[in-house]
Design a protein around this ligand. Structure first.
Ligand SMILES: *[C@@H]1O[C@H](CO)[C@@H](O)[C@H](O)[C@H]1NC(C)=O
Ligand SMILES: *[C@@H]1O[C@H](CO)[C@@H](O)[C@H](O)[C@H]1NC(C)=O
Ligand SMILES: *[C@@H]1O[C@H](CO)[C@@H](O)[C@H](O)[C@H]1NC(C)=O
Length: 319
């Protein structure tokens, strides 16, 4: 069954953004993107990589698509794992859209997606939404993946959100080459997005667990803990209202299972993940194959790849 996601709420005016010439639609600023994008209230998810919400914030994500009817997911990095290839990054983004089609109840590939590039302050960001479910919006910032320990990858210049957050580097350029961000610029952009969406619920990854040290591969992924801290800092500094929830990431693999394998929640979570995985060369493509990944890989391999099967039957809040 396809569950329609209706747009509601008034257009909220915000003058900080304008659309670039290469956008698919022409509007003067974020607010002028019109009803297709605009549904204040609901939820804004912030994750580090495209796959994160599927692994760590699901089935909540699935439930939100159906109940709150206004869901935005902001992805800070491209999730490239050091692969400097825009085709790979495009593939991950297409996989994610297919996966969301499944959670929204639409037959895969039947629902087309629209996208637009928007100039927001000093940044040029990509927004996408499914034509038939316009309360859902994906926002891609496309920072380079920083790797598990946040040292960055050689291929992408050894940069990471962790190094930016810890003032070890001054700026980072997005993988699409469109924007160079410093930490204040990134925070300002996040504040613009939050003020525009004015969500009732803000959902982040784990902002409490210590940030992985260089060379520490068994900790929470540095992109997870840093992206969450940056969002929590913005909420505090810009006095953003809303209920904030943080989700456990890599470390939940050690905790008890929370999803019954007979449940619809588990079944949808697995199907949504497996759809995405078809587009991601590194991730296991069959549930049985995911079992074999655990523990058999070099230490630098990110935990989302190694312990996928453990994430599929767990979801935890961090308080
Ligand atoms: C959906 O479309 C993409 C791109 O056209 C294609 O690569 C993929 O195999 C399709 N997926 C399914 C499940 O049909
Ligand atoms: C980025 O930081 C480097 C120093 O690390 C500096 O030379 C460069 O001018 C900065 N670029 C921008 C666009 O701020
Ligand atoms: C995990 O499960 C075991 C066995 O069912 C139980 O004894 C234990 O209390 C659980 N731990 C937590 C943290 O819920």
């Amino acid at each position: 069954m396809f569950v329609s996601i209706y747009v509601y709420g008034l257009l909220q005016l915000l003058a900080a953004c304008a659309v670039s010439a290469i956008g698919l639609i022409e509007v003067a600023n974020l607010a002028d993107l019109g009803e297709d994008y605009n549904c204040p209230g609901g939820n804004v998810y912030f994750v580090a990589h495209p796959v994160d919400a599927l692994l760590y914030q699901n089935p909540d994500l699935y439930h939100d698509l159906h109940t709150f009817k206004c869901t935005t997911v902001v992805m800070l990095t491209a999730g490239d794992r050091g692969v400097k290839d825009t085709n790979f990054i495009d593939s991950l983004e297409r996989g994610l859209q297919s996966s969301y089609n499944i959670m929204a109840g639409a037959p895969v590939n039947q629902t087309g997606w629209d996208g637009v590039k928007v100039i927001c302050g000093d940044a040029l960001i990509t927004l996408r939404y499914p034509r038939d479910a316009k309360g859902l919006l994906l926002i891609y910032l496309r920072f380079p993946d920083g790797g598990s320990d946040g040292q960055g990858y050689k291929e992408t210049g050894q940069v990471s959100l962790k190094k930016l957050y810890e003032s070890r580097i001054q700026n980072i350029t997005s993988t699409d080459g469109e924007t160079t961000y410093n930490l204040d610029g990134l925070k300002h952009l996040i504040s613009i997005i939050l003020q525009w969406k004015s969500p009732n619920f803000i959902r982040t990854l784990d902002h409490i667990t210590p940030i992985a040290k260089d060379g520490e591969y068994t900790a929470e992924h540095a992109d997870h803990s840093v992206s969450a801290r940056i969002v929590h800092d913005v909420i505090k500094e810009y006095k953003i209202p809303g209920h904030v929830t943080s989700y456990g990431g890599n470390l939940i693999r050690n905790f008890n299972i929370t999803l019954e394998t007979q449940s619809e929640d588990f079944s949808v979570k697995v199907r949504a993940y497996l759809e995405y995985a078809q587009y991601d060369k590194d991730m296991c493509k069959l549930y049985s194959e995911c079992f074999k990944h655990s523990g058999l890989m070099p230490k630098e391999v990110p935990d989302d790849v190694k312990y996928t099967v453990q994430y599929l039957d767990r979801e935890y809040y961090v308080t």
